[in-house]
Design a protein around this ligand. Structure first.
Ligand code: AMP
Ligand code: ZN
Length: 136
């Protein structure tokens, strides 16, 4: 299903033009309009899903296979030195477009970008409490 007024539904389904790198029955891969680095691409499912939790498992699996293939192409064609996969869910995580998308961000030595967090230093007991909360 497409969602009215969803810009990524419109792009994925070709109603709004984009710099398309790849398209098949279920996905379109486009260049990000505000790229972190040269070649920053987005994998968009054609079916609307708001985020990862809303995405059918089959599509999630297909998206990751496509990510692997696109990553190999970006490395081969752009000669990047590394590549980040980024996928944001929810405002708190920085999601700004509410249609699932997977970022492929080629990285170049000295590109000045960073996708980092400040590591915490929990005790073993704190880690165990979190583990129990998740698995029990
Ligand atoms: P996120 O913060 O994970 O929701 O990422 C949204 C991304 O979509 C950002 O990197 C934007 O630069 C990108 N973006 C937003 N609108 C468009 C558009 N019309 N075409 C291509 N990329 C877009
Ligand atoms: Zn959508």
């Amino acid at each position: 299903m497409k969602k009215d007024n969803c810009i990524f539904c419109k792009i994925a389904n070709g109603e709004i033009p984009s710099k398309t790198l790849y398209e098949d029955r279920n996905f379109r891969v486009i260049l990000d309009l505000g790229p972190a680095t040269k070649g920053h691409a987005l994998i968009l499912p054609k079916e609307h899903a708001e985020n990862l939790y809303d995405l059918p498992e089959e599509s999630a699996a297909e998206a990751m296979v496509l990510a692997r293939r696109m990553a190999a192409t970006l490395v081969e064609k752009l000669h990047c030195d590394g590549l980040n996969l980024v996928q944001n869910n929810g405002d708190a995580a920085g999601q700004t477009v509410q249609h699932f998308h997977l970022h492929l961000i080629p990285r170049y030595v000295g590109d000045g970008q960073s996708i980092n967090w400040k590591p915490g230093s929990p005790t073993q007991e704190e880690l165990e409490a979190v583990r129990k909360t998740i698995v029990e």
